[in-house]
Design a protein around this ligand. Sequence first.
Ligand SMILES: C[S@@+](CC[C@H](N)C(=O)[O-])C[C@H]1O[C@@H](n2cnc3c(N)ncnc32)[C@H](O)[C@@H]1O
Length: 198
Amino acid sequence: MTNNPHSVAYAALLDERRRELRALMVQTLPYRRPFVWEVGCGHGHFLTAYARAHPDKWCVGVDIAGERIERALRKRDRAKLANLHFIRTEAGLFLECLSHESLLSELFVLFPDPWPKLRHHKHRIMQPTFLTTVATRAAKDCRLYFRTDYEPYFNDTSAVIDRHARWRRVEETWPFEYKTVFQSRASAHRSLIARLQP
Ligand SMILES: C[S@@+](CC[C@H](N)C(=O)[O-])C[C@H]1O[C@@H](n2cnc3c(N)ncnc32)[C@H](O)[C@@H]1O
């Protein structure tokens, strides 16, 4: 417990954000139906194409950048896709606020920020703790699709998954090809698919 007025104000702000996010998620997430989640969806190019091609799947993209989510929502509205939603939020906060009735069927992490400097690796999304939290919110046989143009991040993520008790790399075909903004700028990329273990 702290009496620092800045910490108190920050904690209150975060509580308010959690309340708003939970309310938004109740409106936008399917009840007791697994959904496809894209982390760091940017302008939503990939997930819009994916949702259009899979009208039977519920798709939700999140990104911390408000301007990117606004563009993604405009794209969704133009495409008139009722199975697609975008939410501005940090991925960890999204998982924290996710109702226990909602489970992930697939997770896409495409060209996440690579944070190349060793001292910045802690900011990377693909961390053991993140994978553990995702595993607790994932439906049976959930697949994680990861793609990057930064070879060291690919190698580090492969190692993190290989050491993780709940995820196994699998040799499967990439389920859907559609270039993201960062993919169209990259000269090459590496992909991996992991499957949730029972
Ligand atoms: C390098 S961009 C890639 C965007 C898109 N996936 C693509 O391939 O074009 C990484 C995106 O992840 C978002 N991002 C970074 N950390 C995040 C986090 N913890 N939660 C949600 N979004 C995050 C950034 O705002 C940015 O839009």
